[in-house]
Design a protein around this ligand. Structure first.
Ligand code: ASP
Ligand code: MG
Length: 416
């Protein structure tokens, strides 16, 4: 008998019809002889609606009260789904994060998991029941209800899968798996059958929205295989695992596009020790997630510093940057929302040189002007004009052999 954790995202449980479809799938999984732990998100846009409600009554929104509010979304789904299971003769019980013993730190709205007790899950499974757990939430060491950040139901699922030593963790969503590119931008994109955690992490970091970054981190660190799949077509999706790539695997796994960042440039920054710290420490303290940073070499004692950050944090960051720019005697600040980030991700890069060079050649041939570049061992990212993003992504997808299913292999290094 296998223990399977199934997580259903917001679109998968958005209305009563969807809840019926999901209940059918759980019933089938159970009747096949599996033990099933289900983790649910809030229905459709329920969390956004709760946040909008809070905005309309309060500008302060104390974290504790926001968590009391936001956790109701997942609780609603859990109770409704459990009722639908009862109609199907499937014995089930809904449980909150607190009831299953997901213990977190005390940081409201972005709490971190400290421990998963899971006693009530074990007890319910022993009685032959399906457990339906409200995702995204826990209880703090100070006994307060907490939430773990937007999209954190994925994290609940991987944490429970690890705590229960599940055979696998299925993440049901509205796409059929992880693709070589966003199919809305690159129509030739293909679904990947499998991908390594490290690549999935880089993709999430580069702006892919399929899985929440923290849940991938957690699953990788605890070696919980994830199966990302559709709750609409129910077809097999993409496995995310620790399995090492084989020789036959393509060097590049995907092209990731991201339009959610903005670029800030600070001009005429004095070139002396401590300036970068003075600029980026206050941004870090304000929780602004700075991504790429480029500093030019100085001419006549001053330099320009550019960096990217989420557009959503702009209003907040703008004040900080202007204030610091004044303090350090920089000559000016500009920002540009009209940018996009295009990244190539592939574990094969480690052993095959020349990927970045080929990428730049492809972009040059498409007349895409590169504003910034950053790399990791398995990723190369560039920032370009937003209007160039689609062309850049499509041409890279083709050039690296992702369109046809043909694998791109770098030319072998020539022996001297
Ligand atoms: N409902 C929460 C959100 O929208 C958590 C989740 O869906 O994973 O962020
Ligand atoms: Mg979600």
């Amino acid at each position: 008998m296998a223990l399977i954790v199934q997580k259903y995202g917001g679109t998968s449980v958005a209305d009563p019809d969807r809840i019926h479809a999901v209940a059918d799938n759980i019933a089938i999984t159970k009747r096949r002889g599996n033990e099933v732990v289900v983790v649910v998100s809030a229905m459709g846009k329920a969390t956004d609606n709760l946040i909008a409600l809070a905005n309309s009554v309060s500008s302060k929104q104390p974290g504790r009260e926001m968590d009391m509010l936001l956790t109701t979304g997942e609780r609603q789904t859990a109770a409704l789904l459990t009722m639908a299971l009862a109609d199907r003769g499937v014995e089930a019980i809904s449980l909150t994060g607190s009831q299953v013993g997901i213990i977190t730190d005390t940081e409201h709205r972005k709490a971190k998991i400290i421990e998963v007790k899971g006693d009530r899950v074990r007890a319910a499974l022993a009685e032959g029941k399906v457990c339906v757990v409200a995702g995204f939430q826990g209880v703090s060491t100070a006994k307060e209800i907490t939430t773990m950040g937007r999209g954190a139901s994925d994290l609940t699922a991987s944490a429970l899968a690890q705590a229960m030593d599940a055979e696998s963790c299925e993440i049901y969503t509205d796409v059929t798996g992880v693709f070589t590119a966003d199919p809305r931008i690159v129509p030739q994109a293909r679904k990947l059958q499998k991908i390594h955690f490290d690549e999935m992490l880089e993709m999430a970091g580069a702006g892919s929205k399929v899985l929440a970054l923290r849940s991938v981190e957690f699953a990788r660190n605890h070696d919980v295989p994830l199966h990302v799949r559709s709750a609409f077509t129910w077809e097999p999706g993409t496995w995310v695992t620790n399995e090492e790539a084989s020789m036959e695997d393509p060097i590049i796994s995907g092209v990731v596009t991201d339009m959610t960042e903005a670029k800030v440039t600070v001009f005429g920054v004095p070139d002396r020790p401590g300036i970068s710290a003075a600029m980026f420490e206050p941004l870090a303290d304000a929780n602004v997630n700075v991504d790429m940073i480029v500093q030019n070499t100085s001419t006549e004692g001053t330099t320009d510093i550019s960096f990217t950050m989420p557009m959503a944090d702009m209003a907040h960051a703008e004040e900080i940057v202007s204030r610091v720019a004044g303090e350090i005697n920089a000559t000016g600040v500009s920002h540009d929302n009209d940018i996009a980030k295009v990244s190539l991700v592939g574990a094969g890069m480690k052993s095959s040189p020349g990927i970045a060079a080929k990428m730049f050649r492809v972009l040059a041939d498409e007349s895409v002007n590169i504003h910034m570049i950053s790399t990791s061992t398995i990723r190369v990212s560039v920032v370009c004009a937003a209007g160039d993003m689609e062309r850049a992504a499509r041409s890279l997808h083709t050039a690296f052999g992702l369109d046809s299913g043909a694998d791109y292999s770098a030319p072998l290094p020539t022996r001297k």
